[in-house]
Design a protein around this ligand. Structure first.
Ligand SMILES: C[S@@+](CC[C@H](N)C(=O)[O-])C[C@H]1O[C@@H](n2cnc3c(N)ncnc32)[C@H](O)[C@@H]1O
Length: 252
């Protein structure tokens, strides 16, 4: 059975700090290309809406929330309606990516404590967020709390071979007792989830799951077939990394 890892606040704070460094460097590199980022975000959001449309027609008056909206999450490409993004780095992203960020309202908050009433939204999105946070599973509970019954949840998270779950827990313990260096994937993320662990969590929630899928098989196959011989690629040949688990569900 899956045991939820204990994540220190220090580890979560550090992951957030590293996210800010990464996004600051990205903003510096793309200072003259923000229009391109705006177009890319609009395209990604349009493709997302086209995917969702046959499952649940998108209404102009839908109240939409994206938790962990990031620098250019889906919420910034929905051109009309009541949309809000939430991210602990919202104020930093507004400064770093002003053109994209003005395309939606954003609020600086953590997904574990959303500053909204129960059932306040028709659509709630969390796309590649929870494994950056101090309490990933509290975020899932909050996503469901603020969604109205019958509302739509769209959720993704990266999943990996169980090797990385064990390595991530070991890294957390070693850092707690003074490991003097960082290992990037484990410093950027607070957990490394497996398909079994996240699907077991979703199996227990008050949701009518419409689609639940992962591209783990394809990711595993392509990483095994890679001809690259650097240590990271060789490790991925044995233990696949960074597949995507996706859920589309209605709240019961
Ligand atoms: C990999 S980015 C994904 C951003 C966006 N969803 C996208 O797909 O472009 C992860 C985001 O999660 C945010 N994050 C980290 N901890 C969080 C928390 N406790 N609650 C909500 N968001 C958090 C980070 O600031 C970052 O913007």
């Amino acid at each position: 059975m899956f045991s939820k890892p204990t994540i220190s606040k220090k580890r979560a704070d550090r992951a957030l700090e590293r996210q800010l460094v990464y996004q600051t460097e990205k903003a510096d590199r793309s200072r003259d290309e923000e229009d391109q980022l705006v177009r890319g975000t609009a395209l990604k959001s349009m493709m997302f809406r086209q995917r969702i449309q046959p499952i649940r027609p998108w209404r102009d008056d839908d109240r939409v929330l994206e938790v962990g909206s990031g620098a250019h999450g889906l919420v910034f490409g929905f051109d009309k309606g009541f949309c809000i993004g939430v991210d602990p780095l919202a104020a930093d992203y507004r400064r770093l990516f002003p053109k994209v960020q003005t395309l939606s309202q954003t609020v600086g908050a953590i997904g574990e404590e959303l500053p909204f009433d129960d059932a306040a939204f028709d659509v709630v999105i969390s796309d590649n967020v929870i494994d950056h946070a101090a309490d990933p599973f509290a975020i899932i509970d909050e996503l469901i709390r603020v969604l109205r019954p019958g509302g739509l949840l769209y959720f993704t998270v990266n999943i990996h071979h169980p090797f990385y779950d064990k390595a991530s827990r070991l890294y957390g313990s070693l850092r707690n007792i003074g490991l003097p260096f960082e290992v990037s994937p484990f410093a950027d993320h607070t957990v490394h989830l497996t398909e079994e662990s996240i699907s077991s969590v979703f199996g227990e929630l008050p949701l009518d799951i419409i689609q639940q899928s992962s591209n783990a098989d394809g990711t595993r196959a392509s990483q095994r077939a890679s001809r690259k011989l650097d240590p990271d690629s060789l490790l991925k040949k044995m233990f696949f990394k960074n597949a995507i688990y996706e859920v589309i569900a209605y709240k019961l």
